[in-house]
Design a binder for this molecule. Sequence first.
Ligand SMILES: Cc1cc2nc3c(=O)[nH]c(=O)nc-3n(C[C@H](O)[C@H](O)[C@H](O)COP(=O)(O)OP(=O)(O)OC[C@H]3O[C@@H](n4cnc5c(N)ncnc54)[C@H](O)[C@@H]3O)c2cc1C
Length: 430
Amino acid sequence: MEKIDALVVGAGVVGVTAALALQQRGLKVFILDQQAPGRGCSFGNAGLIVPTGFPLSAQYRVFDLPAQFLKASSPATLDWVSLPTLLPWAIQYAKSSRGDRVKHITSLLHQFGHGAIRSYELLLRSDLPPITRRGYLVVHLSTSEAEAAIRFNAIRSSLGAAVRMLSNENLAEMEPAIGGLRARATFIEQAAHVTNPSAFVVRLAEVFLKRGGVFRCERVESLELKGNRAVVVRGAREKNYSTGAVVLATGAHVNRLLAGNSHKIPLIAERGYHLELEVEPGFLSRPLSLPSLGVVLTPSERGARIAGLSHFGSPGLKPQPHLLLAALDRLRKMLPTLKPRPGSQVWSGERPATPDSVPIVEQVPNHHRLFVATGHGHGGLTLGAVTAQIVADLVTGKGSPYASHLSSQRFSIGRKSLRGCAFESTTREK
Ligand SMILES: Cc1cc2nc3c(=O)[nH]c(=O)nc-3n(C[C@H](O)[C@H](O)[C@H](O)COP(=O)(O)OP(=O)(O)OC[C@H]3O[C@@H](n4cnc5c(N)ncnc54)[C@H](O)[C@@H]3O)c2cc1C
């Protein structure tokens, strides 16, 4: 039997970056995935790497959500069939929406986002695939949105992000193709993007192979925990893998493999959608989001794509492609030239969503060799390389100052115990 130091299940952006970081620490690493790398949620995201992040509750306030779900033109939709299974998550979402928690989470997300590109550089060095650094625009379609943006931008600036408000004229100069929107915008200067998120993950997987890693296309059926120090991974092809450590990076579906363990992670699926548009390459020079429509227009290899929306439900919820087509129709009222690229289909992927928008990166309680890295919600591409280093710290026993903030135990402990932990003291020292 081959010697494996660490086995990563899941070859999305989170799994592949974790595998690269473990490799960098000198471990012999395997990745297993039921499909090729970058085919899950990481396939079709908007390609943004953003240094500043807010929890979802800043966009979808808890008391507004029921009305949002009932409104036909809302960017947030609920899979009503999933409702009973979502309630415990919803309670945690409400708890995480309290002012002091939002403040703490925002500071944490900014701290992670700030190191995003640097972490990719350190992980990949000369193998880093192209990342375009031209910033990112958030377009405010109404006066009230622009006023709210001024408040958000003050928080961004206080946390070290370079942001500025643009007039409609500035916006039209930067992106002539969308000048017709007649809106103000926030420009987030340090943001970057990739034009093909799936190809980006495939390229990272190729680097992993080049550096001596092994990838096997195989579905993992179950895990067998032997005491608290050994895990046997059972593949669909009747093959068993015995390894020093297992990292579950299976996105929204992580609880299925934890089912045999008493551990359960508060995670739901937040489906998002994308569609390629019929525009010339170079139509946009940087991504831009339209929060009131819940979508991002983003440069793609073929021109541009529209991506986004929040369709909440249990993992495996049925896709509703018409949601994106309806959002495109709304956008076409302002930009009538936008239309779907002939022959292109609406794609959909399940974001792994935690109640507080902070990922879960942890050693499974009572098991020394089983780890989880999931829950990246809207920020898996942004935070992939940052969390990979934390995964590597945990697996190699180095420990991480972020451990208590990223552990799923944060949903079961009181705020008092969080106050004394390392992150708070690190931030105070700065
Ligand atoms: C429309 C949209 C736009 C987005 N835009 C952005 C953006 O601009 N920037 C950003 O940072 N993030 C964005 N995101 C979020 C980002 O795409 C996700 O956070 C990220 O892809 C999650 O990565 P992951 O590796 O955890 O999951 P996945 O990419 O889903 O990978 C999980 C992998 O696990 C495998 N797997 C699952 N179960 C098993 C099993 N039993 N056995 C073997 N393999 C298994 C799956 O096949 C899959 O390949 C967006 C998401 C969407 C949907």
